[in-house]
Design a binder for this molecule. Structure first.
Ligand code: C5P
Length: 228
């Protein structure tokens, strides 16, 4: 608990204490595109449509270069955790989804001294991004999403699904792109050939998440673009 408190204090010193949620457009409406990394974006031609939203949320390694036609090229928010961190340009919000307390410490170190954190995957030592645009999601958010939106199915929610729920909280209109397994039931990406054919949806309740997004779409709460 002490470590958690000390770490969050450092976070509040270095980064904005209130989430820097950008102003809505001229019509007063914040439209948000949440772009997951599904292979169903390939040949979708959604690029222009995605870029028309006020905010475009991309997740982890979701690339744009070379895939503009299908995924667009604007990124206002990039959601990540230390194992999926990438450098950002000066106008993009870094949105950290912490999975463990060390992830909060990583954020401080990666901007200051450099991080030596060890994990199940390589961790980026230094981050280059605009500090004043950093947003850190409350760690309790994952629990809330797991309990209230997924009835505790699966081990824990996927990052993408958590971003859909986050967007519902901060946007007036939410469009969802790039969610859904391939025909073998694997969560393959639009930019690469899947290596691990036994991936399925990892520890996440993929089909429960997909069904929930479909239900939200049926009720008119989100627009769901299911891809190609
Ligand atoms: O693979 P990665 O976690 O980077 O993808 C981001 C998010 O996109 C996932 O957390 C998941 O919610 C969603 N996704 C999906 N279907 C895929 C690939 C990813 O729904 N085929």
């Amino acid at each position: 608990m002490k470590f958690f408190k000390q770490t969050t204090q450092k976070i509040f010193k270095m980064f904005p204490a209130y989430p820097p949620v950008p102003e809505p457009g001229l019509d007063g409406c914040r439209t948000c595109a949440v772009v997951g990394n599904s292979i169903n974006l390939k040949r979708s031609h959604y690029g222009k449509l995605i870029d028309e939203h006020t905010f475009v949320f991309r997740i982890n390694f979701g690339k744009t270069k070379g895939f503009e036609e299908d995924v667009g090229n604007r990124t206002t928010h990039r959601v990540m955790y230390p194992e999926s961190a990438t450098d950002l340009d000066n106008n993009t919000h870094l949105v950290l989804f912490p999975f463990k307390i060390q992830d909060l410490q990583w954020l401080v170190d990666a901007f200051k001294t450099g991080s030596n954190a060890k994990s199940y995957a390589p961790i980026k030592k230094r981050m280059s991004a605009n500090k004043s645009l950093v947003m850190v999601v409350n760690p309790a958010f994952m629990k809330y999403v797991h309990q209230s939106w997924l009835e505790k199915e699966g081990q824990y929610p996927s990052t993408g699904f958590m971003v859909v729920i986050l967007a519902l909280h901060i946007c007036d209109e939410v469009s969802v792109f790039g969610f859904g397994a391939d025909s073998d039931g694997n969560w393959s990406h639009y930019w690469e050939v899947l290596q691990n054919k036994a991936l399925r949806t990892g520890p996440h309740p993929g089909s429960v998440e997909y069904d929930m997004i479909s239900e939200l779409a049926r009720q008119g709460k989100v627009a769901f673009y299911r891809g190609w």
